[in-house]
Write a protein that binds this ligand. Structure first.
Ligand code: ACO
Length: 364
């Protein structure tokens, strides 16, 4: 029973799909959505325009998408959750219940993607209010998606700079190649299951700590480092203990993560930036220098999580909402991959190398 076919744990280096959506160039630190540079999209686009680009291939900078109402069945499900339920569990539940109210047909379409992407921010905002004993807020159709989400979360309109900062975060989080949650969504779609089931599975995959990232840990580390004067000592002590610096290193990027570069600009231009942003910038300089010294063989640069942390804190989100907010942003990419997979579908069914006992008889 020898099987000589190549096996790649984690499918690393295996090309398992073709995509025209996102191009992650780890060597040169480039991220392109349908050919457009991420930095340009952040500067000139909005999340609804970028989502529409991913779904349809058309660049319409004026494209708008407002949040939509949460159906009664979803509110009932959210109200039934324990008070300490995790936002990612609540979002996964809400999307699943919403799917049961929609009966989405095959094949998945941009309209289905749009409807789900417009619903999920309302659901997360409703959950965040219900757990504090507050009433959910109805969508305001005059607001674009990210402003609408902040309004339904906080009960007041965000100032334009704050909404713009979170919109930029949504753009950089929208798509990133065949990562684990996107692959999950494509596997589910390949069975001709529906778009909502694919996104429920993707949220489940993103929930894992190896994937969803932890900008909240970045915040903790920056606070522990304390001051620019203490930064170098703290960095060296942390590495000496064998711990990792959060917000540095990446499986694919060997250059500075272009998403981190875009978010750093956003963080620096925010009206209500966290008071520790300057400290974060000082620590980053030291960390990059010490990491280069310790790992000359492997380029360890700043990743997206480092500057996601000040942006998300700056717009007033609590750290426990960070992963679910990332999931809202990734809706555009997940659903675009679902549509793309369905358009040239073949069921995804790899093989496993058998390592169990040879054929044998049951004991008498
Ligand atoms: N701090 C210190 N050392 C690091 C770091 C880091 N952030 N990242 C990698 N290294 C070291 C490793 O300890 C290892 O050293 P060794 O060979 O002496 O054992 C070497 O660099 C290579 O590391 P790998 O684990 O092979 O790197 P990999 O590509 O598998 O890991 C990962 C990538 C998980 C992102 C890693 O860099 C890490 O843990 N970073 C910190 C957590 C983080 O910022 N996560 C967010 C990632 S972005 C995202 O998820 C959207």
């Amino acid at each position: 029973m020898t099987d000589e076919r190549p096996y790649s744990p984690g499918l690393e280096g295996v090309v398992a799909a073709e995509t025209a959506l996102g191009y992650v160039d780890g060597e040169r630190g480039r991220l392109l959505y349908r050919g457009f540079r991420i930095g340009d999209l952040v500067e000139h686009g909005t999340y609804p325009a970028v989502a529409n680009l991913l779904w349809t291939g058309e660049w319409d900078p004026g494209h708008r998408l407002a949040t939509t109402a949460v159906p009664e069945a979803v509110l009932t499900a959210l109200q039934g959750l324990p008070d300490d339920a995790k936002p990612m569990d609540a979002l996964r539940t809400a999307v699943s219940v919403w799917g049961a109210t929609q009966a989405l047909a095959w094949p998945p379409t941009p309209e289905q993607a749009r409807a789900l992407t417009a619903f999920s921010p309302s659901a997360l905002a409703a959950f965040a209010r219900l757990r504090k004993g507050q009433q959910p807020i109805d969508p305001d159709p005059s607001l674009d998606l990210v402003s609408g989400f902040l309004y339904q979360l906080n009960g007041e309109r965000a100032d334009p700079a704050t909404a713009r900062a979170l919109d930029a975060y949504f753009i950089v989080g929208a798509e990133h190649g065949l990562n684990a949650s996107t692959f999950t969504a494509r596997v589910i779609t390949s069975t001709r299951s529906d778009l909502v089931s694919a996104v429920v599975g993707a949220i489940g995959a993103l929930k894992g700590p190896l994937h969803g990232g932890a900008p909240s840990e970045v915040v903790e580390q920056i606070h522990t480092a304390g001051s620019p004067e203490h930064a170098e000592e703290w960095v060296r002590e942390t590495l000496a203990k064998g711990e990792r610096l959060m917000g540095f290193g990446h499986r694919v990027y060997r250059a500075y993560d272009p998403r981190a570069a875009a978010l750093r600009k956003v963080a620096e231009s925010m009206t209500r930036k966290p008071d520790w942003l300057d400290l974060a910038i000082a620590i980053e300089d030291v960390a990059l220098r010490v990491l280069a010294e310790k790992h000359p063989e492997r380029a360890l640069k700043t990743n997206v999580e480092y500057y996601a942390a000040p942006v998300l804190m700056g717009v007033g989100l609590t750290p426990d909402l960070f992963p679910a907010t990332f999931a809202l942003a990734r809706h555009a990419g997940w659903t675009a991959h679902v549509i793309e997979q369905a358009g040239a579908n073949r069921i995804i069914r790899p093989d496993a190398r058998y390592t169990g006992p040879a054929e044998r008889d049951l004991p008498a």
